[in-house]
Every structure is written in C-alpha cells, then in structure tokens.
Design a protein around this ligand. Structure first.
Ligand SMILES: Cc1cc2nc3c(=O)[nH]c(=O)nc-3n(C[C@H](O)[C@H](O)[C@H](O)COP(=O)(O)OP(=O)(O)OC[C@H]3O[C@@H](n4cnc5c(N)ncnc54)[C@H](O)[C@@H]3O)c2cc1C
Length: 575
C-alpha cells in the first residue's frame, strides 16, 4: 500500500469485483470498454478525471467568437502558467477545460518534452485531430528489415480485419486509393480537395512516379450509416471547432461513441475521479488480482478486483502505472523481468514546415470547411533502404485563401481591419511532415525516487530526445517538400525547422513494447504481458515502432483484437 494512505477500505474485496477492469477512458480505453461489454463482461472503467457527458458537458460547443470573454484567445497569465499546454495548437479559450494544466500535474523533464494530456472521461478523444490511416505491411516489417528495435510479433494481415472492425463503427471517411503503402479501409464518403490542393496534387503526380497525393482520411461521419445512427450520432456539419466536443457526434470520440454504447449493454460501470496507483499482483496465483486506486477528491485508497485488466491510460501514464506496480515477484515494475519497461519511447517528428503562396487561382474560391487535408503517404525507403537515414515521413498539406484562412484570429481593430476581413486574400499553401522516429533504449521514462504528486504517486521523469536520424529526415522533407511545391508553381517558399519539442506531436509510443521474445519485449502478439497474462496494454505504450501514420486508429484495432483474444482465453480457462 502507498505509505501515505489515510483511509483504507477493507471491504473492497467483496464489494469491488468485476470481470474486467479498464484503466483510462480515452480512445483506447473506450474501445476496450465497448468490446468487453459487448462480450457480456461486467466491466469497470477507472478514469482519473471528471466525467464528461456527451453534449451536456461541452460548454463552448455552440458559442460564437464574440461570446467568449477574450474572443477565443487565452490571457497572458494563463499562457504563462501553462507553457506546456500552450505549446499545443488546440489549447485556447474554447478548449482549455479539456487540457491538463501544467501546475496541477507536474512531471520532470530530464530533456525537453511536451507532455500534452486530457484528464477527463474521454481523454484526448475529445481533442484529437481525427486523422486516421492504416499501417501497411511495410511498416510492420520495418524494424525487422532495418535492424532497429525488435521485430513486430505480427504483420499487417493479422490486424487488417480489426482495422475494418473499428473503422465501420467509428466511421472513417476517405477514398479507396489502392495504395500498398496505405491500405484502403471501410470508408464513408470522402471530403474533397479544393481547387489549389487538386492542382498541386496533379503536378506532383505528373512530376514523380514514386509519390501519391490522396485526400486525408479522418474519423468524421460524412454519410452516417445505420451503425452510427444507433450510436445517436449524426452527419459532420464541417464546423471545424471539433475540439470543443461535437453535439452532432460528427466525429469519433469515446464520449459520443464507445462509452455510451458500452453503457447501453448494462455491463459498464464508469468511475471518474479514480487515479489508478498500481496493479495488484497475486503472488499465489501468479497473476494480477486487481488495481489500487486513489480517489482523486477524497484521497481514499480503494482496491478493485477483476480477472482481466486492460491498461489504457495513454502511453506514458501506462508506463508509469506498470513501473509503480511493484511486488516481491516484480520489484522493478509489473512484467519487467528484462529491465526494458519504460525504454524505447518514440514519437513523431513534426519539426519541418513549409509555407508558400500559389498564384493563378485568384478568381477561384472554396465553399465551406473540411476537417481534413491532402496527404502523401511515405515514399522514402519503402521497398528498400535508399537514403542515409532510416525510414521516412508522411506529408500533410492544405491550401486556402490567406485572409479567410486566418479569419478572426487576425490581429487588428477598426474599419481597416473589418474591411480586410471582407477580402479573401491570395492563396497560401502550408505543408507539414510526420516523421517516423527510431525507438532507442536511451529514450526512456522512469519514476522519481523522491518526488510525488498530490495523490502520492511518484512523478514521471521523461528523458526523450531527437537524434541524427531525425535531423536528416527533417532536412530531406524540407528539401523534397520545397522541390514539390516549386514544381507545382508555388512562390515565396519558406521551409523551416519549427523547433517543436519531442512530445508536441502528441503521438508518444513505446515503453511496454510488443515482441516475440520475453527477453527483449514486454508484450506478446496479443498485447498480453509475457509474464502476467491477464494484463493487456493496448494504448501507444505497446508500439514497437511508430511508422509515419497518425497512430490512434492502430491503437483502436489493437484494442479490439486484444479483447477478442482475452475473451477467448477466458472461455478456455486460461486467464
Ligand atoms: C490536439 C491533438 C490532436 C491529435 N490529433 C490526432 C490525429 O489526428 N490522429 C491521431 O491518430 N491521433 C491524434 N492525437 C493523439 C490521440 O489523441 C491519442 O493518440 C489518443 O487519444 C490516445 O488514446 P489513449 O486511449 O491511449 O489515451 P487518451 O485518449 O489520452 O486517454 C487516456 C485516459 O487515461 C486517463 N488516465 C491517465 N492516467 C490514469 C490513471 N493513473 N488512472 C486512471 N485514469 C488515467 C486519462 O485521464 C485519459 O482519460 C491528437 C491529440 C491531440 C491532443
């Protein structure tokens, strides 16, 4: 038990027993809850933050800019108090209630690392940008072929049916593009590129044989199907203020989709304000018995018990929980016989940006908004190693009229300012990279030996950095991206290193990686701890490598697949 526990509930064992416990209610935890409840398991979801009910708890979702005290901007004080949260583009007056405030949840940055968090029911599923692409066979083969990290214990065909499973339910829009590097999914109607985006696409396709530009795939209901109507979700209205929570359920979030679905089964118990301290290990039975929780408000220590435990607290918090789960059998953290828990943390390299203007479309405009961009799947080192860096990068780009793109976020006052807002301005293009980073042992997290948070849990130390490979990947993107825009007729091309710190991509992965060999990995091919089979980790912590795709769709697919396996093992009496 934690040393500073003040109030212990000794009746917990009889009162608090479930078939399954899920730690965390964000994207992956919501999926675990839905699948477990659908299989008839009495499931307890433990969430450290407050409850956020769909629609009712989206206070800013229908507000106009002028209804906000600071017209959607943050005060200088708030920005000063929250440099980490403020480093995220989505943190503003309209969304700040869904972000962790820096001072309330400290961690120790041995090296600069922006840890962006959303502690509430739904986690970051309320805030995410909803870009969703499948991994390809090349991504699962990557570490084995190129000799980094460890080989994945599964391949694309193992996950493909589970991608389909989660795509159908979540609702993913996109085109069937027939690309080997980014397999097609179960798509709803795609969004359309605007005239300038299409023009750039055409020029790139004409000038290069190894590159493809496709419309971005995203978790929005362009044309809801029966399964979405059953979730009480409706068509995306293209409001593009998604991070406030969508009253239409137009985009996928745990709050609008998986959690209410799980609740309808009658098998879900959701307990907000429940900070999971650690997983309890039963030394007699050689498996996990349950979890130890600190009530966020009362600080009471409570224990819950279950046959199956899903760890879905998001990558770094899942690492923290396992590192803090010590027992005689596992003195260095649950399942950590090889000492690799917390190591091989990786992320996405977002450091390259390119801005440009594109002439020739002054007499053209676009109608409405769309929640996605054009994108280019990785084209570097796909079939074989061909550059002086490992792996590659995906590219996202969008074009729009400069004045209208900025809208009310432009500074200014008075008549001239108002007048300028009525002019659309020239066409601008902005391009960004999403680079694969190579997991390395030295990029790690660990627990502080002497500093604890308000709930008596050791603070997490982050020690994660870029390396030479990341520098080379960024340089290649800046050069190739500039060249592509130049060939598309763009002007004023400005390619730059934006200096973003690791973590700012909000795609942290690894630390509890999957692999074939218990000597070099923590989880098996079904996300089970090699040494504690009734504990499953299916958030970003399980990732052996990062690929270049946005990761959350893959977390969803892993989660659904792992629940299926857990249930079949349970039926066989193996858990
Ligand atoms: C602005 C933004 C844009 C993004 N855009 C994209 C995108 O376009 N595409 C994409 O794929 N991904 C995107 N992401 C990342 C995406 O949000 C995450 O990958 C995803 O939410 C991870 O799911 P998760 O379940 O692991 O974690 P989360 O959704 O963060 O949920 C984790 C939950 O666990 C809870 N928790 C943590 N610790 C404990 C504890 N000790 N006890 C109990 N509960 C705990 C948290 O409060 C939280 O509710 C974006 C994120 C942000 C913030």
């Amino acid at each position: 038990m934690p040393q500073d526990s003040t109030n212990i509930n000794n009746k917990a064992a009889t009162q608090h027993t479930y078939d399954a416990i899920v730690i965390g209610s964000g994207i992956s935890g919501g999926w675990a809850a839905k699948e477990l409840c659908d299989h008839g398991l009495k499931t307890l979801v433990l969430e450290r933050g407050r409850d956020v009910k769909h629609i009712k708890d989206y206070p800013t979702t229908t507000m106009d800019p002028w209804e906000f005290k600071h017209r959607t901007k943050l005060t200088t004080q708030l920005k000063k108090d929250n440099p980490i949260a403020d480093s995220c583009y989505a943190f503003d007056e309209t969304t700040q209630h869904f972000f962790v405030k820096d001072k309330e949840h400290p961690y120790i940055q041995e090296k600069p690392f922006d840890w962006i968090r959303g502690y509430q029911v739904g986690g970051k599923s309320l805030l995410w940008a909803r870009a969703t692409q499948r991994w390809s066979k090349f991504d699962f083969e990557g570490p084995g072929r190129d000799g980094f990290a460890v080989d994945w214990p599964l391949r694309y065909p193992d996950l493909a049916p589970w991608y389909s499973h989660v795509e159908r339910f979540a609702g993913i829009s996109g085109n069937k593009d027939g690309l080997e590097t980014m397999p097609d999914g179960e798509f709803l109607e795609p969004w359309q590129m605007n005239v300038a985006e299409k023009y750039i696409q055409g020029k790139i396709l004409t000038n290069y044989t190894d590159r493809y530009v496709i419309q971005g795939r995203c978790a929005h209901l362009t044309q809801p199907k029966e399964i979405h109507l059953q979730q009480n979700r409706g068509k995306c209205q293209a409001r593009n203020i998604c991070q406030r929570g969508c009253p239409f359920g137009g985009y996928f979030s745990s709050n609008s989709s998986t959690l209410p679905w799980a609740e309808k089964t009658g098998n879900l118990t959701l307990r907000p304000h429940s900070v999971v301290h650690s997983i309890i290990y039963d030394e007699q039975k050689n498996k996990a018995a349950g979890v130890r929780v600190i009530d966020a408000n009362t600080k009471q220590v409570i224990e819950y018990f279950a046959t199956i435990i899903f760890v879905n607290a998001a990558c770094l918090n899942s690492n923290l929980i396992l590192l803090n789960s010590v027992s005689n059998r596992f003195p260095n953290g649950l399942g950590n016989d090889n000492g690799l828990l917390g190591k091989y943390i990786a992320f996405h390299n977002y450091r390259g940006n390119i801005d440009a203007s594109i002439p020739g479309f002054e007499d053209k405009t676009e109608y409405g908004r769309k929640p996605t961009q054009a994108m280019m799947p990785n084209f570097r080192n796909v079939f074989k190693q061909e550059t002086d860096f490992l792996r590659g990068y995906m590219i996202h780009y969008s074009a729009g009229r400069s004045s209208w793109q900025q809208g009310f976020s432009q500074d200014g006052v008075g008549a001239n300012y108002k007048e300028s807002l009525t002019e659309p301005g020239g066409w601008n293009v902005s391009m960004m990279m999403q680079g694969e980073t190579i997991p390395k042992e030295k990029n790690h997290v660990r627990l502080s030996k002497d500093q604890k948070d308000d709930w008596g849990i050791p603070l997490l130390i982050t020690s994660v950095d870029y390396d030479d490979n990341d520098e080379k990947v960024m340089k290649d993107f800046l050069q190739q991206g500039s060249e592509m825009l130049e060939k598309a007729g763009c002007k004023n091309i400005n390619a730059y290193d934006n200096g973003r710190r690791p973590g700012n991509d909000i795609h942290e992965m690894g630390g509890i990686r999957m692999g074939k060999d218990p000597k070099t990995s923590l989880l098996n091919s079904y996300n089970q701890l090699h040494h504690c089979k009734n504990v499953f980790v299916t958030d970003g912590a399980c990732m052996t490598s990062t690929a270049t795709q946005n990761p959350s769709l893959t977390f969803m697919a892993f989660t659904a697949r792992a629940v299926d396996h857990a249930v079949s093992e349970l039926k066989k009496g193996n858990l």
